[in-house]
Write a protein that binds this ligand. Structure first.
Ligand code: FES
Ligand code: FE2
Length: 327
């Protein structure tokens, strides 16, 4: 098992969603967790800042402090840190003009994309994957989640990209026991990740609008914890991305971004309720899987042709050297 002192380099140097942008208000310190690390988020003049949630003086969480005049005030001894993380005031020694070098709060890379706040604990080696539908004028986009799942984040991604469970776990909605067969599909692996193309199945109620249709999925795993699919019939397109926060090895938070170019009159809240229902069907399955960590040894579980994407995912993770949430 990994510990704080041995962070997974693949995930450490990658972008992760840690919060919904709307949940971070001005003058608020928001505590989140990523890869076992506590992080405090706050906004200063619309800029989002992500800091290690530990006062460099005596280790109290800065998230339990307050924001004053564009600075963070630690609740323990009242030291004041400006937006760059510099300690600019020590109440016990007000004349002090220069404090020790290690008085700087540790800053993380942060950006706001697709309605979420993404941070990287280390040096990000890739960009946040592009979800091009999000900004298209003929698409309506919204966020769904968070969904807390007590399992490995890798299990969560694999579930999101598993077609064969649709006619069973989501019977009557995303599939039907009368049409359980998954068409043969191709999988390719390149710089952009893994792509499964033209996965066809019949869905009785694919988006919660009650309309049945035959759909073809294009599904991509773009980073170890970011996946995407788009499905449609050539005209109507429904796209979704999933980003999973690796809170701890066996504690994950799933966030969804959804974009569609049809049924625009349907309330997003209705589609969100439908999505919540689907997740309530997925979560017990994922939480009950054993082992909880995803086995990267292909001999540890058996696979069928419909699992082609999962097999490619496991191989890819192994090749990347990913360890967190894997066994
Ligand atoms: S612990 Fe934060 S000011 Fe002392
Ligand atoms: Fe599912």
């Amino acid at each position: 098992m990994l510990t704080d002192s041995f962070p997974d380099p693949v995930l450490y140097d990658d972008w992760h969603v840690v919060a919904c942008a709307d949940d971070l208000k001005e003058n608020q310190l928001l505590k989140v967790h990523l890869l076992g690390e506590a992080v405090v988020l706050w906004r200063c003049d619309r800029q989002v800042l992500a800091w290690r949630d530990r006062c460099p003086h005596r280790g109290v969480p800065l998230s339990s402090g307050r924001i004053e005049n564009g600075c963070v005030v630690c609740p323990y001894h009242g030291f004041v840190f400006d937006r760059t993380g510099n300690c600019i005031h020590v109440p016990a020694n007000p004349a002090l003009t220069s404090v020790a070098q290690n008085s700087q709060v540790y800053n993380y890379a942060v950006q706001e994309r697709y309605g979420y706040i993404w941070i990287a604990l280390g040096e990000p080696q890739h960009q946040v994957p592009i979800f091009w539908e999000w900004h298209q004028p003929d698409f309506v986009s919204f966020n769904c989640g968070p969904y807390v799942i007590n399992s490995s984040p890798l299990r969560v991604v694999e579930n999101f990209t598993d077609f064969a469970h649709l006619p069973h776990t989501h019977a009557g909605l995303l599939g039907s026991s009368e049409f359980p067969e998954i068409s043969d599909y191709a999988v390719t692996v390149d710089e952009a990740g893994i792509t499964a193309s033209d996965v066809r199945l019949h869905q009785p109620n694919p988006e919660g609008t009650g309309a049945a249709r035959d759909v073809s999925y294009l599904c991509q795993i773009r980073r170890p914890l970011v996946a995407y699919f788009t499905k449609g019939d050539g005209t109507d397109q429904f796209s979704m991305f999933l980003a999973v926060t690796p809170v701890e090895e066996l504690r994950s938070i799933a966030w969804l971004g959804i974009a569609r170019n049809y049924a625009l009159e349907v309330d997003n809240a209705e589609l969100e309720a439908f999505q919540n229902h689907l997740m309530s069907q997925d979560i017990p399955m994922v939480e009950s899987q054993r082992p909880q960590r995803l086995p990267l040894d292909l001999q540890a579980e058996f696979h069928v042709p419909a699992d082609r994407l999962a097999v490619a995912y496991r191989k890819w993770l192994k090749q990347l050297g990913l360890q967190f949430g894997a066994c």
